[in-house]
Design a protein around this ligand. Structure first.
Ligand SMILES: *Cc1c(COP(=O)(O)O)cnc(C)c1O
Length: 370
């Protein structure tokens, strides 16, 4: 019996993706073992945080790094750092940043909700959010003209949550930051490339440890050494209520070390999703096909189109039945309004595609009888 079942919680089959609401990632045995061992022992935390910074540097190409309990904490800690610098009194004063350089400039279409809002995470770190442009249109002039002697940083959100059209690209925003000698921060929480933005020249980049990295609930910041030292020092201030423990850091470090060796399992994904589609072939009203990720990543999902008249249920109804069952099955539902559901093979544990197929079949069989 799983630990969750022993608590009386429903078993969850996650075919949806790396969702905080479903517990983000399931870690590898090596990562789990590191977490277990770390949690049963002691370590000098300062020493460990510095070592973690070196490992983050090695795998990102940055000068140094700072572990966090998530990317959201990374935002707050980063923002506090660009406001306080290496001044303990100011570090202890956050989030009260009155009278300090505290304005954080962000493009309006990137002030998004990822489960909570980017703007609030900035405010937690003592930042004053300065949104520029409109939700679907930002010009370079908007960014340039928002800069004042109170500007602490320019903040870019690289995310599928953000508006993808009409925003100024990283390069433009970064050039403006450099021309004004202002730090340039990128929130790349869910991105898979841990080197790209540092290579491009960003001062500070923020990642989640529980998304592409498939580590434990954690995150990290990477970038210029001077800033990373200040970020780690925030654990004497604003960082304290969001501290990451030794077990989280141990898991994060282990996940980072494994990441470059993780093979691309496209073939296995296609094989599993083909099996799922075959199992659904004879079900009336369903059309199942394999679709590569819209953003071109090596993710091959099974896309299930529901013809409500033939299937006896709409995609919404099917989704609802799956989510409220036991086990609870969560599919991707970005296009449920047009009758499309998708199965993401990455978070699926062994054999779960078979459970999904048989559950869908039995739900629709019931619906078609009634
Ligand atoms: C998920 C996400 C976050 C928060 O990451 P956590 O690791 O869950 O704290 C922040 N920003 C963006 C753009 C995200 O997608």
């Amino acid at each position: 019996m799983s630990v969750f079942e022993s608590f009386g919680l429903r078993k969850v089959i996650n075919a949806s993706g790396k969702m905080t609401a479903l517990g983000a990632s399931a870690v590898s045995d090596e990562v789990a073992e590191a977490i277990k061992q770390a949690s049963q022992d002691y370590v000098d935390i300062d020493e460990m945080m510095k070592y973690a910074g070196q490992v983050i540097a090695e795998y990102t190409g940055a000068e140094d790094g700072c572990p966090t309990c998530g990317a959201a904490a990374g935002i707050a800690i980063t923002v506090a750092s660009v406001i306080t610098g290496n001044n303990l009194t100011l570090i202890e004063r956050m989030p009260d940043s009155e009278g300090l350089k505290n304005e954080i400039i962000i493009q309006k279409g990137q002030q998004v909700h990822f489960g909570a809002t980017i703007g609030q995470m900035i405010r937690v770190g003592g930042g004053k959010v300065v949104e520029v442009g409109s939700a679907n249109k930002v010009e370079a002039d908007h960014i340039e003209e928002a800069i004042t002697d109170k500007t602490a940083a320019l903040f870019y959100v690289k995310s599928h949550h953000a508006v993808q059209k009409g925003m100024q690209p990283i390069k433009t925003m970064m050039e403006i930051a450099k021309n004004h000698n202002i730090p340039f921060i990128i929130d790349a929480a869910a991105e898979e490339d841990f080197q790209k933005y540092i290579k491009m020249g960003a001062d500070i980049v923020i990642y989640s440890g529980g998304k592409a990295l498939e580590g434990p609930t954690s995150g990290f910041i990477c970038g210029k050494k001077e800033w990373m030292e200040v970020c780690r020092k925030q654990y004497k201030g604003i960082g304290r209520p969001m501290k990451i423990g030794k077990e989280g850091v141990a898991g994060l470090i282990t996940a980072l070390k494994q990441y470059p060796f993780k093979e691309d399992n496209a073939e296995e994904q296609i094989e599993r999703m083909t099996k799922l589609c075959q199992a659904l072939e004879e079900v009336k009203g369903l059309k199942c096909t394999i679709k590569q990720d819209e953003a071109g990543r090596a993710i091959y999902r099974a896309q299930i189109e529901v013809d409500a008249d033939l299937a006896g249920a709409t995609a919404e109804q099917l989704l609802h039945r799956l989510e409220t069952g036991n086990p609870a099955i969560y599919l991707r539902h970005h296009y449920v309004n047009i009758g499309i559901l998708a199965v993401d093979p990455r978070p699926l544990l062994k054999g779960q595609e078979e459970i999904i197929a048989s559950t869908i079949k039995s739900i629709l069989k019931e619906e078609q009888l009634t």
